[in-house]
Design a protein around this ligand. Structure first.
Ligand code: NAD
Length: 260
């Protein structure tokens, strides 16, 4: 379905980004991975993607909090892949702290990575998409693009910002064959969360099942994690002809979290 297209997926060396990268590779898109991995880890992932799916795979280790590094990454994608036909803005981090104690450096980092990086990649990719008359931009937002939780001021502000950016880019690209949408996951069982389950069980003296149900999934009515594979499948659908009418949508995938 996506043969001849290139997908740049930021923050795709683990978790949700890797799930999306694999799902798009399965549809025959060439893939540019990105993340803060070592060269060895990046080489192994590139090899896995290219051998499993028979596509071309590249990697950028750009630190996406730095606009100059983002420019370097976009230059690499333009030179080696002919530009990004599909851009998935997914890289993101979290920090939890009351606002009065929130470290200013963490605020700046979260806004730079979770919000401004998507502005930079989009502004550099969209001219190429307009020239080709086709482009898909998918932003990994969060349930926190729609509702807040205490102690997550920077993350919630950045994710609400991503929702606004998504709608704006959707309007600007609409008549050029470009679609821009945001996926808003609830809790996703990434390797990062997996580690937290064991630690929390130990700290609270409860079972891992109780941690998942009563702590992590307290707000998720299905009491099930969303998976990276499900998000990959959703992203893949958003790149298919069946989704051509979806534009500027802030799409929940959270087991019912924001329905409450
Ligand atoms: P993860 O920690 O598994 O992956 C994060 C990726 O971002 C990695 O590839 C990492 O190398 C990369 N990265 C981190 N800092 C970077 C930087 N400065 N420059 C370049 N790359 C950088 O995280 P995840 O759980 O897969 O989350 C991915 C996205 O999904 C984030 O935007 C996150 O906010 C969002 N999200 C996650 C969940 C969840 O429950 N895991 C829920 C909702 C939304």
């Amino acid at each position: 379905m996506l043969k001849g297209k290139t997908a740049l997926v930021t923050g795709s060396t683990s978790g949700i980004g890797l799930g999306i990268a694999k799902a798009l590779a399965e549809q025959s898109a060439d893939i540019v991975l990105s993340g803060l991995s070592s060269d060895d880890e990046a080489d192994a992932l590139k090899q896995e993607i290219s051998e499993t799916y028979g596509v071309k795979a590249g990697f950028s280790g750009a630190n996406l909090t730095d606009p100059d590094a983002i420019e370097g990454m976009m230059g690499y994608v333009a030179r080696d892949f002919g530009g990004a036909d599909i851009l998935v803005n997914n890289a993101g981090v979290q920090h939890v702290s009351p606002i009065e104690d929130f470290p200013v450096a963490r605020w700046d980092l979260i806004i730079a990575l979770n919000l401004s990086a998507a502005f930079h990649t989009t502004r550099m990719a969209i001219s190429g998409m307009k020239e080709k008359g086709w482009g898909r931009i998918i932003n990994t937002a969060s349930a926190h693009a729609l509702v807040a939780s205490p102690y997550k001021s920077a993350y919630v502000a950045a994710k609400h910002g991503i929702a606004g950016l998504t709608k704006t880019v959707a309007l600007e690209g609409a008549e050029h064959g470009i679609r821009c949408n945001a996926i808003c996951p609830g809790y996703v069982y990434t390797p990062l969360v997996e580690g937290q389950v064991a630690d929390t069980a130990k700290a609270r003296g409860i079972t891992e099942e109780e941690v998942k149900r009563d702590v992590l999934l307290a707000a998720q009515p299905t009491k099930e994690f969303v998976t990276s594979e499900q998000i990959g499948a959703f992203a893949s659908f958003l790149c298919s002809p069946g989704a051509d009418g979806i534009n500027g949508a802030i799409l929940s995938m959270d087991g019912g979290w924001v329905a409450q």
